[in-house]
Ligand binder design. Structure first.
Ligand SMILES: [Zn+2]
Length: 57
């Protein structure tokens, strides 16, 4: 039973934060930038904006 629909493909650190590439259950690749600290702004690109029309995430 798999409750996580996103599979982590790769993860690496940059000067701005941690960049995580993940693949959704529907097959789309997504890039997410998780900034260091609490004041940063996260960036997501390549996948769905916020909710997957297929898997609901
Ligand atoms: Zn999806």
């Amino acid at each position: 039973m798999n409750t996580d629909t996103h599979t982590i493909v790769s993860r690496h650190t940059t000067s701005e934060g941690v960049v995580v590439w993940s693949r959704c259950a529907c097959g789309r690749l997504q890039m997410v930038l998780v900034p260091y600290g609490a004041g940063g702004k996260g960036i997501a690109a390549g996948g769905h904006d916020f909710q997957c029309p297929r898997c609901g995430r």
